[in-house]
Design a protein around this ligand. Structure first.
Ligand SMILES: *Cc1c(COP(=O)(O)O)cnc(C)c1O
Length: 536
């Protein structure tokens, strides 16, 4: 073999760039990344999307989106491009802005994520290292980093020393993983048909990932009990207990009670203490969905509100929500690591022997999970927390609690405005309820749809709907969660809401200007001293 000839053969655009090429590429990309990350408010909040968001009859933005997608259709390129700038310009300036600007400070729709820059860096590092983290001995230092990040979360939730867990792509997969573990715990020693008698208890406000996860596990749809909620959207304990007793009398096997630690709709927190107690009494697995609300446990108020979470057999957290990480990181914590080890006890002949773990930091994470090969997700938490410390996260979440309360007070002072859901954490819901107008339920919904439209059209904040089960229950959600959302965003947003309300009362109901003109508020944020926070 002629090594010299091989070494001097002309380099095709190489899969292995030189060091100089790497610097050049990263610098070019970095210019665009900084423009997005340093000025997230420059892009419109709704991009082209808000008409779609409102499911209005106007189809222009749907058409624009389809045209955009079609413009990308092309055959697999045989040759690469030398014009990196043009490619990036297209990506950052043409394609990306056509989107909900989920990084914007005014983004208060769905559940904001934040998009922490340090976590994006962690991904770049993790993918550059490209080590095999799910097996401890394949990269012990890195695997231990991930396991340490899991342990931080277990400690934050006050779980015992037996606790463990893993990072997932999001809350839905974490939930599915927990459901499978709960099923194995309860039914592994029973004949297969017993599973069909298994029943699960959630509130009507529970996230649908529970329903989906149970369907994937093969539980009949009718075995999911959706328990009604009280006027603050919390599961009704009396109905839960009555349903449990009825089911047992009818020969069912209740095996899981799932509590909400912050619902997606309104941030409602179920009575975790009592639900944990019922789970023990009825010998079911106790699952807590804290995908949105969990990290508020970093704050004093959150600790009080989430009391009882430490009784959970499993907890789902979404660091890509209340820890401000970019999309792509969920977490599952379990009270007893061995429950996951038993549930996912599979291996192949080509697999190395399992580590004899002596501490949770030496875990082969792949044996806790339906996944095998995956990304090094733990670094996304570990790096930001090491770089910044937990303090800024805690203080951001405290701010969000303050801002939500403040916004709620302002909204409840607006004439004809009704708070549908007080903020238990940092989500609230409101609607116009002009009683003097004697509107039908349908007209009331239409009025509030128009209000939502008029708020979002102003472009300073982006809100999404809360849809009740019945006509007349349409309301507007405000989810304050991004670290980029400040009092300034909210002041502007509340002004917009006030003006939009005047506008729709005028245009829809023909109310006189004098009736629609709402009183002016003092826009100053009340200074909230930290000692008040402790006392709150
Ligand atoms: C977002 C959310 C989920 C689902 O999590 P994903 O990360 O979107 O899969 C589950 N439960 C609650 C309460 C949520 O807010």
């Amino acid at each position: 073999m002629n090594f010299v000839a091989q070494a001097t053969s002309p380099p095709s655009p190489s899969l292995q760039p030189t060091a100089a090429e790497m610097y050049e590429l990263v610098n070019t990309v970095m210019k665009y990344i900084v423009s997005v990350q340093a000025n997230p408010d420059q892009l419109p909040l709704a991009g082209s999307g808000y008409q779609w968001l409102h499911q209005r009859d106007r189809h222009s933005d749907t058409e624009a989106a389809i045209a955009l997608a079609r413009s990308l259709q092309e055959p697999l390129p045989e040759q690469g491009t030398t014009n990196v700038e043009a490619l990036l310009q297209d990506l950052f300036e043409q394609l990306a802005p056509h989107s909900l600007n989920t990084n914007g400070g005014g983004y208060l729709g769905f559940i904001p994520s934040g998009g922490l820059f340090h976590a994006a860096l962690a991904d770049f590092i993790a993918l550059s290292l490209n080590r095999y983290v799910p097996i401890f001995m394949a990269a012990p230092g890195l695997a231990a980093i991930e396991a340490q990040a899991v342990q931080w979360l277990c400690n934050l939730m006050d779980l015992p020393a037996t606790a463990g867990g893993l990072f997932t792509s999001g809350g839905s997969i974490a939930t599915l993983t927990a459901l499978h573990a709960a099923r194995q715990q309860h039914f592994a020693d029973q004949p297969p048909t017993a599973w069909l008698q298994g029943t699960v208890y959630v509130s009507e406000q529970a996230h649908y990932c529970l329903e989906k996860g149970l369907a994937i596990c093969g539980l009949p749809r009718q075995n999911l009990r959706q328990i009604p909620v009280d006027d603050q959207f919390r599961l009704r304990l009396d109905i839960l207990e009555a349903t449990l007793q009825q089911d047992i009398a009818a020969g069912y096997q209740p095996f899981l009670i799932a509590a909400n630690a912050g619902t997606t709709n309104t941030g409602a927190i179920d009575n975790l203490l009592e639900m944990g107690r019922l789970a023990r009494t009825y010998r079911t697995w106790f699952h807590v969905d804290a995908a949105y609300g969990g990290f508020f446990k970093l704050t004093q108020r959150g600790q009080r509100l989430l009391r009882g979470i430490e009784q959970a057999d499993s907890i789902v957290l979404d660091p890509h929500k209340s820890l401000f990480l970019p999309y792509g990181t969920g977490a599952l914590l379990v009270r007893d690591r061995t429950s996951l080890q038993r549930a996912f006890d599979f291996t192949g002949s080509y697999m190395p022997a399992r580590s004899q773990e002596t501490s949770p930091l030496e875990e082969d994470m792949l044996y806790l999970s339906p996944e095998l090969t995956r990304d090094f997700r733990g670094l996304r938490l570990w790096l930001p927390l090491k770089l910044l410390g937990v303090q800024p996260f805690r203080s951001q979440l405290d701010d969000k609690l303050d801002l939500a309360r403040w916004a709620a007070t302002q909204l409840s002072n607006m004439p004809h405005m009704q708070l549908v859901a007080e903020p238990q954490l940092s989500i609230l819901a409101f609607k116009l309820q002009p009683d003097a107008a004697k509107l039908t339920a349908q007209d009331l919904d239409d009025l509030n749809r128009a209000l939502l439209d008029a708020i979002n059209e102003r472009g300073n904040i982006l809100l999404t709907p809360f849809k009740g089960q019945q006509p007349g229950e349409f309301a507007i959600r405000m989810a304050i969660l991004s670290f980029r959302t400040t009092a300034v965003n909210l002041q502007q947003g509340l002004k917009d809401i006030q003006q939009a309300a005047s506008q729709v009362l005028h245009t829809r109901l023909g109310w006189e200007e004098s009736l629609c003109t709402l009183q002016e508020f003092t826009w100053e944020m009340p200074a909230i001293a930290s000692n008040q926070r402790e006392a709150a």
